[in-house]
Design a protein around this ligand. Structure first.
Ligand code: SF4
Length: 316
């Protein structure tokens, strides 16, 4: 079966701040997502996951690679065809304060994608907006109010209503709950799970928070300095992590159950700096298992189903 989206060798490079080199924000990333799946992409700040999210919608133009959506290469589409394709792929941003225009009424914000794509008559669009507000748990009267009149969680509900207005097939969720209080996070995660079932959505869920990704994902990809270092079914990646970086991330997630308490792996060395990616395995200066080839050879993502990019895992 054709995957809903298949990304092959996607890269994005920026000039470094001193103008002398290149920052490889996303470097040769390949991944697939089947219809109805949620793929969680996790990694620390600066690992390239938000750049990757924006490239999937061509909000940022990739430097190379392919994005096949239902088999069609999005990077080969002209502006008009890409605009039509955007109906199928929508995004929810992290910051529900910054992502809504403060001068627009909420009803107009949600109707905007319908207006842009010329969906229905004015009356039909009004009815659709009322239905969308109800779908995300807001009173239809909210349409006449402005974003500043709502809490953070309510604003994210508005952002989600706008994202599903065009009945997309894929929603890219870029840190959708990171700006919210923990008590509100679970309400938004429940809403997303409910909408996924009711609307037949597929998600790419980007987060720095492994415990959030764990709750929502069918499959998980772990990014480190622009590359995917581990990928596979969520239960395998999070239950039996192969890559030392994933093992360290998981060891840092607090476990409530005393039996589950793990020994925390303290990452040595500097935090990742995309302007200064180490040679070989980019993780080697912080890896407690680094050995001879790690500082000179880039490990390939190997394995069947559950894959890792690590010389230790892939040693013959
Ligand atoms: Fe550690 Fe080497 Fe594996 Fe990189 S390739 S994660 S440095 S053991």
């Amino acid at each position: 079966m054709t995957p809903l989206i298949e990304v092959r060798g996607l890269s994005k490079h920026y000039p470094s701040r001193d103008g002398k080199g290149l920052v490889k924000a996303v470097n040769d990333v390949s991944l697939t997502l089947s219809k109805g799946e949620t793929l969680g992409i996790v990694g620390e700040s600066g690992c390239g996951k938000s750049t990757l999210a924006r490239m999937l919608l061509r909000l940022i133009e990739p430097a190379g690679g392919e994005i096949l959506f239902e088999g069609e290469n999005l990077l080969g589409l002209d502006k008009a065809r890409m605009r039509r394709r955007r109906r199928d792929i929508q995004i929810v941003f992290q910051d529900p304060y910054a992502s809504l225009d403060p001068r627009m009424q909420v009803g107009d914000i949600i109707a905007e994608p319908l207006d842009i794509h010329g969906v229905g008559s004015k009356a039909e669009r009004r009815a659709k907006v009322a239905g969308l507000l109800d779908l995300v748990g807001l009173d239809p009267s909210a349409g006449k109010r402005y974003p500043h009149e709502f809490s953070g969680g309510q604003r994210q509900r508005i952002g989600i209503a706008r994202a599903v207005a065009l009945e997309p097939k894929l929603v890219v969720l870029d840190e959708p709950v990171s700006a919210l209080d923990v008590s509100i996070q679970s309400q938004i995660l429940n809403l997303l799970a409910d909408l996924k079932l009711r609307l037949g959505l597929s998600y790419i869920f980007i987060s720095h928070d492994l415990s959030v990704v764990q709750n929502v994902s069918d499959r998980v990809a772990v990014m480190y300095l622009g590359r995917i270092v581990e990928e596979g079914p969520a239960g395998d990646v999070l239950g039996k992590p192969l890559h030392p970086y994933t093992q360290a991330l998981i060891s840092a997630v607090p476990a409530i159950d005393a039996e589950e308490r793990r020994q925390r792996i303290i990452l040595a060395g500097d935090p990742p700096n995309p302007e200064d990616v180490p040679q070989g395995c980019a993780f080697h200066p912080r890896c407690i298992h680094a050995f001879e080839p790690c500082s000179s050879q880039i490990p390939k993502l190997c394995g069947a189903g559950h894959r890792a990019a690590c010389h230790l895992v892939n040693a013959p």
